[in-house]
Design a binder for this molecule. Sequence first.
Ligand code: MG
Length: 306
Amino acid sequence: MRMPSRSITKTFFFWIGIGFISFIFLKLVLTNKNPAAGLAYSEFQKLVDNNDVLSVKIYLEQDSAKVYALLRGTQKYVETTIPSAELPDLTRRLRDGRANINISEVRSGNWTLNVLMAAPLILLIGFCLYLARRVQSSARRVQAAGRATSRTGIGYDLHRLEEGRKLIVGGIELPFDKGPVGHSDGDVLAHALCDALLGAAGLGDIGTHFPDTDAKWKGANSMLFLEHAKKLLDDKHFAIEHVDAVVITEKPKLGPHFPKMREALAKALGVSAEKIHLKAKTNEGVDAIGRGEAIAAHVIATLISR
Ligand code: MG
């Protein structure tokens, strides 16, 4: 199975970190097992003369030099301090004895060494912080998902139909000789939808926000109600998950107009038309709707809290 590149990177840094920690641990253990023995310079000179020194590391200081030497065939270290003036003679004698010599400036050498030694540690710390952030953000997502709830609201509306009025349903004007009696444009589907949305969010009903006693709403386009309801939902961090509606009327046939209605409603609510499902029913000639005297709509809306 192919491992994603991010996983490879994380695995790489993880093992780099583990390797570095192991190296430091091993070094500490070995150092403790074989601590360098301090010697006077005169004693160290005897070791050099006896060709007992395999290799040396010399760190230059202001007027002196620190010498760390590995003794031939023993794996033991000794250390000593020599005056700077003695250094040329010492190195010559060490070379004569075929010892490896490594000389470095203490300050700059240490800084370089420190940076090189610290690089894996910095990478490891960065990786751990990255992992911690990922774990933290995952926990937040899980927490947020746990808090996310869906809520459902129901809406119903009915308008009487009278001759000579525009029939507007779902924001679309339909060719018909009758239209709803109402304070606004009488869009029965928009009104029921508005109530369903407000109910799901616990924000009252359409009459609370757009009272029919307010002249401002006389003849108003009901899409304005939906747009306002959407803003109220946004303020309370609700998103519209799904809308299902039934419009009941004997005439005219609504089905052919549903695509345009869905588009108009979706536009007013700022959602995709796929979230809005419309159905049409007749009342089989029964009661006022059946006699063509009224139009009604039932809507159920589901919201998700964000
Ligand atoms: Mg109404």
